[in-house]
Design a protein around this ligand. Structure first.
Ligand code: A3P
Length: 298
């Protein structure tokens, strides 16, 4: 299956072991080459599936909440009673795949997979993909903090070493730059919609309207307002089904970090030096500017 046995990463203290699948590192805990291979080759995408896709720390759980609320016409009962992981399982984890296979249609599913590892049956389906992306600098900083708490990910070590891993793609799920370039290659396809974390922040109401339009879902103004209210940072932070507090200690040290940490744009300015920030900008220019997209963080 193009995989290697477990290895230790070179930098930092390893909280877990990793294996490499088709050139991309994955944690041994909760992931396996067999599951990734099944997802790639055998997973049957259904025409009425809706996929919430992101690179980690780009607003996945925020979008998951928005999509859950839209599904229920703004009624918050579902998001208050069912864990987010259950509402939209991650197809590539061992447990998430089992939940996805048992999910009665229409399914709401999540994934951080780069496009080349995504189920091939997607290509011939009409399933809808919502891809959320975020400024790479804020992704890096959010991931840096989160990796200190989540045992699934490797300890980030010093920022310079972590930045090097980020730039070279030596991280779980691989390179942010490859991820974004790969998925945005679907632009123009009618079953593909993308939006940025920054747009969600600037205009959540308008973003919800656009998402509803893409999904073919008609909500009243009142229902849209309820989606906006219940997907706010503060409301999500108080919701035990959405704030990560239910993640078992085996997976996360809750003293060291929070799922809903700050929820702002531009926090990278507090952590990255000018030189570190410049290295990301340079790589973005090299890798993404050819796509012809105006990124709001540029
Ligand atoms: P920070 O670490 O910068 O605070 P993911 O869900 O992909 O893991 O992304 C997590 C990031 O999204 C965290 O960023 C988290 O705070 C932010 N986030 C989650 N819900 C949010 C919301 N309702 N509003 C704004 N940011 C949110």
């Amino acid at each position: 299956a193009g995989s290697q046995g477990p290895t230790s990463a070179s930098q930092g203290v390893m909280a877990t072991q990793f294996f490499t699948y088709k050139g991309i590192p994955f944690p041994c805990l909760e992931y396996s080459p067999e599951t990734l291979d099944y997802v790639d080759r055998q997973f049957q995408v259904q025409d009425d599936d809706i996929f919430n896709i992101t690179y980690p720390k780009s607003g996945t759980n925020w979008m998951l909440e928005i999509l859950s609320l839209i599904r229920c016409d703004g009624d918050p009962s579902w998001v208050r009673s069912v864990l987010n992981l259950r509402r939209a399982p991650w197809i590539e984890t061992n447990r998430g795949l089992q939940n996805a296979l048992r999910y009665p249609p229409p399914r709401l599913l999540s994934s951080h997979l780069p496009i080349q590892l995504f189920p091939r049956s997607f290509q011939s389906s009409q399933a809808k993909v919502i891809y959320t992306l975020r400024s790479p600098k804020d992704v890096l900083v959010s991931l840096y903090h989160f990796s200190q708490a989540l045992h699934l990910y490797k300890d980030p070590g010093p920022m310079d070493a972590f930045l090097q891993d980020f730039l070279s793609g030596n991280l779980h799920y691989g390179s942010w730059f490859d991820h974004v370039a790969g998925w945005l290659g679907l632009r123009g396809q009618k079953n593909f919609f993308y939006i940025t974390y920054e747009e969600l922040q600037q205009d959540l109401q308008g973003s919800v309207v656009r998402i509803c339009h893409f999904l073919g879902k008609k909500l009243s103004e009142e229902q849209i307002s309820s989606v906006v209210k219940n997907a706010s940072f503060q409301t999500m932070r108080e919701n035990q089904m959405s704030n990560g507090s239910q993640i078992p200690d085996e997976y996360m040290d809750h003293q060291k970090g929070q799922f809903l940490r700050k929820g702002v744009s531009g926090d990278w300015k507090n952590l990255l030096s000018e030189e570190q920030s410049h290295r990301i900008t340079t790589m973005s220019c090299e890798r993404l500017h050819g796509l012809g997209i105006d990124f709001p963080w540029d």
